[in-house]
Ligand binder design. Structure first.
Ligand code: NAD
Length: 349
């Protein structure tokens, strides 16, 4: 006789549908602000975490990565892929899911979709970094690459930095049309541009968010002026970058976890000891962020496991006691913990 699973068998699961319902319930900009606060709180206790560069399997056409981290009470990992050509076959470039577990007994306490959540956490991290690095009173952002991440970035920069004017460019005009439509509906001032050069004109912040598995040059040195902040999202793999090296040489460069960024970020083209500043130290007041109005600042974002840990921690808190998660029969739970086999045999008796 099949016995129904006991309470220990169940793990709260947040589906894509529930993640979207939760985001609307909270409000997209409130979600981004609250999530950024969780990320900032975790960055400020950086030394508490186990850290390692993510484990990347480079496969034809893309990469599949595992991103683990832990503090003394919780462990998390994210599974994520990056396949720039996927959109041509109707697939997402990036998909993800993740798990949060109790360190005490290793039991998962949350399983969640993380495709939507990764877009939200990437945007929250970028905008949070910009609160320390972008020019004060920044009002206009250029966005080069108008795919899946684009609108999330825009929403986060408005929520955290007050930016409401966007200058969009993508090599595929349909992507710019899509982003213009979505962002105009959200109340942004949107200027669709016909080249990256036009897009960066008069921008206080430049976000590069393109997907291409190659050393691309989305920005050349002449396109970046004094005082601008660059939020470089798309260069996040060996052999996949967006900025001309000369820009890096005259920027103050801020990174998440140098050990990972030196492998995957824009700085992979620089000497191994080229100076970079870790964002967590800026957040703790131990290193300077933006110092003056003429400085070019660069957030060389690759995405780090602690951002996912914070996002899962935030979602766990939000869904607790709500209908935004569903119990998933994920863990075998025999009456006698050592009689796993007996449980299997009895299941058909
Ligand atoms: N740093 C992070 O934490 C993080 C997180 C998620 C995704 N990413 C990266 O961000 C990038 C964008 O992700 P996405 O999900 O939006 O991808 P996407 O495929 O949905 O969109 C990418 C867009 O870039 C455009 N593009 C490609 N080459 C271009 C060029 N030379 N000039 C202008 N536009 C160009 C494409 O036409 C497409 O519209 C990817 O490279 C992804 O790996 C980084």
């Amino acid at each position: 006789m099949t016995v129904p699973p006991s309470e220990l068998a169940y793990v709260p699961f947040v589906s894509v549908e529930n993640m979207m319902r939760l985001t609307h319930h909270v409000g997209i900009e409130t979600f981004l602000k609250e999530l950024a606060a969780f990320i900032e709180a975790d960055f400020k206790r950086w030394p508490d975490f186990d850290k390692t560069p993510r484990v990347a399997a480079h496969v034809p056409g893309g990469v599949i990565e595992l991103m683990p981290t832990a503090d003394k009470t919780l462990y998390s990992f994210k599974y994520v892929n990056g396949h720039p050509k996927n959109t041509k076959t109707g697939h997402q470039t990036v998909t993800a899911f993740g798990v949060l577990s109790e360190v005490l007994n290793g039991y998962p306490v949350l399983l969640s979709e993380m495709t939507v959540l990764t877009a939200l956490r990437t945007a929250a991290t970028s905008a949070l970094a910009a609160t320390y690095l972008a020019p004060r009173d920044a009002a206009t952002m250029a966005m080069i690459g108008n795919g899946a991440q684009c609108e999330f970035q825009a929403m986060a920069f408005r929520a955290l930095c007050g930016i409401n004017t966007l200058r969009l460019y993508d090599i595929d005009a349909r992507a710019t049309e899509k982003a213009s439509r979505n962002l105009t509906a959200q109340g942004f001032e949107v200027v669709a541009c016909t080249s990256a050069e036009r897009a960066v004109e008069g921008a206080d912040v430049i976000t590069t968010c393109t997907a291409d598995k190659q050393y691309a040059t989305i920005l050349t040195d002449n396109m970046v002026g004094a005082g601008q902040h660059i939020n470089a999202i798309g260069g996040d793999c060996p052999g996949k970058t967006e900025l001309h090296r000369d820009i890096l040489l005259r920027s103050d460069i801020f990174v998440e976890y140098p050990e990972q960024t030196r492998i995957e970020g824009e700085i992979q083209s620089l000497d191994k000891d080229h100076p970079v500043t870790e964002l967590w130290q800026v957040m703790r007041g131990e290193a300077a962020g933006r110092r003056d109005q003429r400085q070019v600042t660069l957030f060389d974002s690759v995405g780090f496991a602690i951002e996912d840990f914070s996002a899962l921690r935030y979602v766990r808190e939000k869904v607790n006691g709500t209908a935004f998660s569903q119990p998933l029969d994920l863990l075998a739970d025999p009456d006698d913990p050592r009689d796993l086999f007996g449980m299997l045999v009895r299941s058909v008796a």
